[in-house]
Design a protein around this ligand. Structure first.
Ligand SMILES: Nc1ncnc2c1ncn2[C@@H]1O[C@H](COP(=O)(O)OP(=O)(O)O)[C@@H](O)[C@H]1O
Ligand SMILES: [Mg+2]
Length: 245
């Protein structure tokens, strides 16, 4: 189980300062979200936790230890579900296990278990092109989950889905997380999605991205999207993002 931390993190790409003095700490088992304008460095921050980017200043830590590179304990899920079009769902989902040398019988068992969990039971032999957008995204989540990671890093996973599919995917994600002890970090441009899911929302400024506020959401789940508390938080975040009218 992993605690995630950025301590005094800055990031430059050449002359471009993308992140500035970022301090965040996500406890193990916590569900955190990041919202912020496009280009403010959200994906860059997430990729640091995935071990795919290094800070220019400061440190990215998992359980207090500097992150040196990718780990199966921290799995990244993004919108362009990178499923191999020439492989079936079960082969796509089982690939990580195969690369890790897990024997076939156990692989099949774990793939089936995880497909059930994401509501894709019975779609083992389908190819990605035969799946809806939501089902492809479920397969991507399954591919991450099958490795039994401590941390799920989700980069606008539902950005390409229609509104109704998104709502059911949010509930499915809560089911996956509830009681799992997994640490979740979700980037989303959908404020309501962050409010519905997260224990804690980091609101970021335009580039160079800084944390302008950390908002705790204490409402019990499942949350009522039409509650006054929800509306209040929504207004506050819109104001922080400069989106109020
Ligand atoms: N590898 C890279 N090399 C150069 N510039 C990059 C690289 N990755 C991201 N950027 C730039 O950093 C900025 C922040 O990118 P990103 O983290 O993807 O923002 P966000 O996810 O908030 O939209 C953008 O201007 C982007 O073009
Ligand atoms: Mg991004």
């Amino acid at each position: 189980m992993q605690t995630l931390e950025l301590r005094g993190v800055g990031k430059r790409f050449g002359a471009l300062q993308v992140l500035k003095e970022i301090d965040i700490r996500i406890e193990q088992g916590e569900f955190a979200a990041i919202v912020g304008p496009s280009g403010c460095g959200k994906s860059t921050a997430l990729r640091m936790f995935a071990g795919l980017e290094n800070p220019s200043e400061g440190q990215a830590l998992a359980d207090g230890v500097p992150i040196e590179g990718p780990s199966p304990a921290r799995m990244l899920i993004f919108q362009e579900h990178a499923l191999y079009p020439w492989s079936t769902v079960e082969d796509n989902v089982g690939l990580g296990l195969e690369l890790a040398g897990v024997p076939k019988a156990e692989r099949i068992r774990r793939v089936n278990e995880v497909l059930e969990k994401v509501n894709l039971g019975g779609f083992n032999r389908y190819y990605p092109s035969q799946l809806s957008g939501g089902m492809k995204q479920r397969a991507s989540i399954a591919r991450a989950l099958v490795m039994d990671p401590d941390v799920l890093l989700l980069d606008e996973p539902y950005g390409a889905l229609d509104a109704l599919t998104r709502l059911s995917m949010q509930n499915e994600l809560l089911d996956i997380w509830s009681g799992s002890g997994k640490t979740m970090l979700l980037i989303t441009h959908d404020i309501d999605e962050a409010l519905y899911l997260a224990d804690k929302i980091y609101v970021m400024s335009a580039r160079p991205g800084q944390i302008v506020e950390t908002i705790r959401i204490d409402q019990p789940r499942p949350r009522d999207r039409s509650s006054e508390a929800f509306a209040e938080h929504r207004r506050n975040i819109m104001r922080l993002l400069g989106l109020e009218d």
